[in-house]
Design a protein around this ligand. Structure first.
Ligand code: NAD
Length: 253
């Protein structure tokens, strides 16, 4: 493990521009369960996946919201704090490195940690949008009623009243910022993939694309092996918090 950590340190040290791809494992140390680890959200009940789809929302919007709020612990979602991993990436940016973070997470913790260039591939739990009139709503509105509705007053002087859709990308929705992600890895020095099982498409195409980019260092930090470990120059199977604590110790910060 010691040698792997030294390689990680030198990869980060040498890179001016780092592209980071994160998944739910990035936030488990902030107390948010991931999806596929033992005890993760999907591990308990696979039927939850169907309920988190666009088609389920469109068919049963009133049933969707209580399930969604429960599954993502939405009431508590404003209370989570960034952990050592999020803070480490924000710190690298403060040190002058160019850090672009593409996250599958919907928790907003990279931004809360102070990272400025964050692309939320799967949207955000903090906001919702009316499917009819596109009015945006914040978390407090989404939490006010069990099923949040659009309260915008239209030209006729009546409330729009449509059930608001979460800005989280549901199964069947388009993933955001994918073109930017693939363009960014073309020009980066280091691709750093953290805390993702890489089981979700199209994000799992990233290691396959990156494999063919010459001169690009590719590092994966994930607690468990993934199907794509072989495509990386460096693979570390440990908690991100433990790894970055060691990095900080080494740098004496
Ligand atoms: P996943 O659950 O499929 O995989 C998470 C991976 O992280 C696992 O392989 C696990 O071994 C690893 N891991 C867990 N804790 C870790 C730690 N401390 N350090 C390093 N690795 C750790 O998650 P995924 O690949 O992101 O799956 C994608 C879906 O999960 C996305 O659609 C995302 O929107 C959703 N999701 C997001 C959140 C969140 O916003 N925090 C939480 C749960 C699920």
């Amino acid at each position: 493990m010691k040698d792997l950590r030294s390689v990680f340190q030198s990869f980060v040290h040498q890179a001016d521009h780092i592209t980071v791809l994160t998944g739910a494992g990035m936030s488990t140390e902030s107390g948010i369960p991931d999806f596929r680890s033992a005890g993760g959200i999907w591990a308990e009940d696979m039927s939850r996946m169907e309920a988190m789809s666009r088609s389920y929302f469109e068919q049963y919007p009133k049933r969707f919201w209580p399930k969604f709020k429960g599954l993502f612990q939405m009431k508590a979602s404003g209370n989570h704090e960034p952990n050592k991993g999020h803070l480490y990436l924000a710190e690298l940016e403060k040190q002058g490195k160019s850090i672009e973070i593409f996250t599958q997470n919907i928790d907003g913790l990279h931004k809360k940690a102070g990272s400025r260039y964050v692309y939320e591939l799967h949207g955000s739990i903090q906001t919702g949008t009316c499917p009819k009139c596109q009015t945006k709503y914040d978390l407090s509105h989404l939490l006010k009623e069990d099923v949040p509705r659009c309260t915008r007053i239209n030209e006729k002087g009546t409330e729009c009243g449509f059930i608001v859709k979460t800005d989280v990308v549901l199964f069947g929705d388009m993933v955001h910022h994918l073109d930017t992600l693939f363009q960014t890895i073309e020009k980066t020095d280091l691709l750093l993939v953290i805390g993702t099982s890489l089981e979700v498409a199209p994000v799992n195409l990233v290691p396959q694309e990156a494999h063919y980019i010459q001169g690009l260092n590719k590092a994966l930090v994930n607690l468990e092996p993934t199907a794509y470990d072989d495509l990386f120059d460096l693979v570390i199977h440990e908690k991100i918090g433990e790894l970055v604590s060691d990095m900080k110790r080494k740098e004496g910060t």
